[in-house]
Design a protein around this ligand. Structure first.
Ligand SMILES: Cc1ncc(COP(=O)(O)O)c(C=O)c1O
Length: 375
């Protein structure tokens, strides 16, 4: 079989993403008796009580029945919360799925999308394996650069992806920065704001993107139940936009991709989120104060902002630091793939884990002259 002849050039060039191995295999590989995950910006508190109860009580018989193909009840609940029509929501198997639907809906070969060079990479990856050029604009002061993005817009630009707050730097645009940007872009490009970490931001200047959609109908927001709502394992995310825009994206999305348990747990998670958000914010605040102090005491540079994560510059190669921390049961994210070589990203967790991480990091720093001498 001549497989090669079947493959488009842009797929041939693209390297598949390699997810990390299951925890039990990693623990064996690194000889770690326990493993704390500080690599994926998950919420250590787990789902809210209402969501946890739906998950625990899911009737097995329902596994035999197809779910609502368009997350009907969940969209109604989202619409009620925001005071807008349910048809303005499109729910996906994680917000990663809706990224793909937006690119498929608006782009064809020859078109381009624009995003930052150091941000969540899935916008760039989906564009590339779909044969769409991804124009990458350098961050300015670790923040999306409005003018840099405007300068890259051309006649074939279809979608601009902004990550607000940005993963991994935690920086964000205020309402005014976003409005100024949208005014300059004009109405003939889709502007996506990925708000995966919006519930962590406490600044009143952070934009209410849904309110802005009235004035800017080309604005689309992505949100997820994976981060603050702690449902990452169930995979629920959604986009919200003006009705005509969402209707187009719906054409390129796969119906029935969100399972019944995920839809029900998401619905429950939204119903009792106030205390859950407050508790999570408090955990993050405490973790941030502690870890920033630890890094400062160790003389390590950090980049952080909103969101439940902190970047730390390591004196050695980030992969080497990852391996050394893994042996101590601490799994962090290496940042070379985010174009930040020599940095790791750490998720804030409960204080007992933060303390263990700080001890592991301090011990590695103590050994550092020997490690750097040996490499
Ligand atoms: C900025 C950003 N967007 C989207 C996602 C993906 O979220 P989901 O789990 O909903 O696919 C992530 C996950 O890390 C993220 O950091």
């Amino acid at each position: 079989m001549n497989l090669d002849a079947l493959i488009p050039d842009y797929v041939r060039r693209f390297q598949a993403y390699v997810p990390s191995k299951p925890d039990h295999l990693l623990m064996q590989e690194y000889g770690a008796p326990r493993l704390h995950r500080l690599n994926n910006n998950e919420n250590a508190l787990g789902p809210s009580p209402a969501a946890a109860s739906v998950i625990a009580g899911f009737p097995p018989g329902q596994a035999a029945i197809y779910p609502s193909g368009d997350s009907y009840d969940l969209r109604i609940a989202l619409g009620d919360r925001c005071g807008i029509a349910a048809d303005r929501f499109l729910v996906g198997n994680g917000s990663c799925e809706v990224i793909s639907s937006v690119i498929k809906a608006f782009c064809q070969p020859g078109d381009n999308i624009i995003t930052a060079d150091k941000t969540f990479a899935v916008y760039e990856w989906v564009a590339e394996f779909s044969g769409i050029e991804a124009r990458l604009v350098p961050l300015r002061d670790y923040t999306f650069d409005p003018q840099g993005i405007l300068d890259q817009i051309g006649p074939k630009t279809k979608v601009l992806f902004l990550c607000n707050p940005n993963n991994p730097t935690g920086s964000y645009w205020t309402r005014q920065t976003l409005i100024d940007f949208l005014e300059k872009v004009g109405g003939d490009k889709i502007v996506v704001v990925d708000e995966a970490y919006r519930e962590y931001v406490e600044d009143p200047e952070y934009p209410d993107s849904i309110a802005l959609m009235e004035r800017f109908p080309n604005l689309v927001a992505f949100r997820t139940l994976s981060k603050m709502y702690a449902l990452a394992g169930l995979r629920v995310g959604y986009l919200v936009g003006a009705e005509p825009v969402v209707a187009v994206v719906r054409r390129t999305s796969v119906a029935y991709s969100v399972n019944a348990l995920a839809q029900q747990a998401a619905l429950a998670a939204l119903s009792d989120d106030t205390a859950h958000i407050a508790a999570t914010r408090s955990l993050v605040r405490e973790g941030r104060a502690f870890l920033c102090q630890v890094c400062s005491d160790l003389g390590l540079e950090t980049i952080g902002g909103e969101g439940n994560y902190l970047m730390i510059r390591t004196p050695i190669n980030d992969m080497l630091m990852y391996r050394r921390l893994m042996k101590r049961g601490m799994m962090v994210r290496t940042m070379t793939a985010f174009r930040f070589p020599g940095w790791i990203r750490v998720t804030y967790r409960e204080m007992s884990v933060m303390v263990s991480f700080a001890e592991a990091l301090a011990e590695e720093m103590r050994l550092m002259p020997m490690i750097s001498g040996a490499t």
